[in-house]
Design a protein around this ligand. Sequence first.
Ligand code: MGD
Ligand code: MGD
Ligand code: SF4
Ligand code: MO
Length: 732
Amino acid sequence: MSEFTKTLCPYCGVGCGLEVSPPAQHGKATNRDSQGTPIWRVRGDKAHPSSQGMVCVKGATIAESLDKNRLQYPMIRESLDQDFRRASWEEAFDLIAKRIQTVRFTQGPEAICMYGSGQFQTEDYYIAQKLMKGCLGSNNFDANSRLCMSSAVAGYIQSFGADGPPCCYEDLELTDCAFLIGTNTAECHPIIFNRLEKYRKKNRKVKLIVVDPRRTPTAENADLHLAIRPGTDIDLLNGIAHLLMRWNQIDVGFIDDCTSNFPAYAEVIRHYSPDVVAHRCGISVADLETAARYWGQSQRVLSMWSMGINQSSEGTAKVRTIINLHLMTGQIGKPGSGPFSLTGQPNAMGGREAGGLSHLLPGYRLVKNPQHRAEVENFWGLKPGQISSEQGMTAWDMITGLENGTVGLLWIAATNPAVSMPDLERTKKALLRSPFTIYQDAYYPTETSAYAHVLLPAAQWSEKTGVMTNSERRVTLCPAFRFPWWEAKADWEIFAEVGRRLGFTKEFAFANSAEVYAEFVQLTRDRPCDMTGMSHELLQTQGPTQWPFPSNNAESPVDTQHSKRLYTNLRFHTPDGRARFGAYHSRGLAEPPDPNYPFVLTTGRLYGHWHTQTRTGRIEKIRAMHPEPFIEIHPRDAASLGITDNQWLEVRSRRGKAKFPAKITKAIAPGTVFVPMHWGALWADEAEANALTHPESCPDSLQPELKACAVDLTPISAEITLKNYQLQSSQW
Ligand SMILES: Nc1nc2c(c(=O)[nH]1)N[C@H]1C(S)=C(S)[C@@H](COP(=O)(O)OP(=O)(O)OC[C@H]3O[C@@H](n4cnc5c(=O)[nH]c(N)nc54)[C@H](O)[C@@H]3O)O[C@H]1N2
Ligand SMILES: Nc1nc2c(c(=O)[nH]1)N[C@H]1C(S)=C(S)[C@@H](COP(=O)(O)OP(=O)(O)OC[C@H]3O[C@@H](n4cnc5c(=O)[nH]c(N)nc54)[C@H](O)[C@@H]3O)O[C@H]1N2
Ligand code: SF4
Ligand SMILES: [Mo]
């Protein structure tokens, strides 16, 4: 047997293959972390088709975080002003089951909420859906993907009749023009960017367009960087469409045969003449024309987007407007082209397959669809009508539900909302009012543990076996290769045990996660994400596999060609088989700047850190790369405020304030400032990006506009107030 375990990097949605081996037992070869714990060795898996052996700094250092500051055993307290005391699992399970029953029979199942995560494995997601939406009859399961991918989900469903990115990574090496909009791929999906740049080095004619208000490392590599004003993406995209129309560079045959609603779209884009668009976006007409020319002249255009598009009060409209350009030019269903949403978290895709948002059911089904509900009820052996026909609460609804008392029990797992939710002051106040919060995480403390009544230690990646799906629909098995930390348990095991204690013994009679997965895939039969041919065993022997993968594929495993791309037959999942144009005018930002709050704040990520730093904040190499938070500001704005580099700024929005040292740079457009999202209250004083942001959301996807809010800036002379959070092996 090989000394390596093949698995997947548990950070971003690129989904790189890793090979992990135990720390060397003797001699100098053993790497140890600062606490003397031996570190597992990690390297890229050359056989993984998605990453071909490459890894970025996060994947390479993942093992250093695994044993630090872990939550060891369940802890309980009666109220939030008390200290936690150690509890047994028995006591914790008992308490949780009792509280669920009380809320169920006093307030009703709709008062029970679970807030999960794209960092769950698919098995965790699936069991949570079965418990919440099936057995308890509450659709109030939402995930942090609401803050992340829900606009992409809504856009795909509306345009194509089903979710699912239609492209694959091979397209990176087959395209003539990569159109990157609202994605800092170089820092956030580094291995996708590496693949693209390697190819472009060999094929100099391949164009790269980057649309981002910041000159990111991604934009620095572009042939054309369009530094548009935040929130003007629809203007730009409609403006490109306008020119393609004018130049007659559209695919009339494709539009006629394969799409619907083109006339309404044509009517909209008529209004987006180059002068108007260039003015609104803050770019030159020449640059706009260059972008349209690249689109029109390229045989194969691959567009990619991420949070600069999705995290918007018109996120779904933005996604559909990107897709429109592909429909207009027939750039879909063929190699090197298509609208490719880059997934954020390692298994946000698996979450979508398993129905892990409050409007979804497993197998790409919808809560609102009576037939879908009946299919799932029937499969789960539940009585008809057991699954509620009401769409459940979104992440932000849970916050407002805490405010108005409609939430009786909140169960949070694998996410850190006391850092990552918008309008943190309001979020924290609401969390303080919660009658009963269960928080299930691998680490302790995190910012959210301060708001919990019960803490449950979760086994994390490396300690539990399950699958994850990456951006190109490729499913990889992640086997356990270490024992769970102390008393930690896999998320699905915790949900299943609670289910059994609520009386659903046969529904949750699983011996292991392979059985969970085997049940789940049956629910994907004949669905767009059919993966009935997959099993833990198949993934173990055949390796990472893309869906669709129906059961007849399992007999002829070489036939994976047809799962590379979706819609190669140009038939879509809509009732008439045609893809739909979406006709949208631009509405701009939900909170535009004004004389009181004259700057637009945008927020995002840095190469080394992962979200709220629960892991990367504990890795010295990464802390050294990004030692402190900062605010990027253009030299012109810095001059008008009279500040110099590194001087502190107080940033105020209508909701809260924060402080950051200024990083004066031309990389950011005048009038816009940028703050990384990574520093919560544990890692720095008053440097929370989300103290400033607002929860205004896209009406279709209900995804909040985390990418833009209006702020005012005041220079202050402050001491560096970073906490320089000290790592301790354990608090207790
Ligand atoms: N290093 C690292 N990588 C990660 C993560 C991480 O925490 N760290 N997280 C993962 C997750 S969950 C996600 S969702 C992805 C996110 O990946 P990305 O979306 O690439 O990352 P962000 O930095 O959030 O935002 C991307 C860009 O959107 C731009 N932007 C802001 N407003 C607008 C606008 O109005 N229009 C346009 N066109 N652009 C705009 C910002 O300037 C920013 O550069 O990254 C994944 N990968
Ligand atoms: N201002 C601003 N805010 C944002 C964003 C932004 O761009 N700007 N981006 C949004 C987006 S796209 C995202 S995805 C979110 C991310 O925000 P969060 O989900 O809050 O961020 P993470 O730090 O990834 O939190 C994951 C938690 O899960 C724990 N964990 C890891 N593995 C496991 C496991 O197997 N089981 C359990 N139970 N726990 C585990 C980790 O210890 C960590 O505490 O932030 C959102 N918030
Ligand atoms: S690119 Fe993403 S999946 Fe790949 S090693 Fe880096 S963080 Fe992990
Ligand atoms: Mo995300």
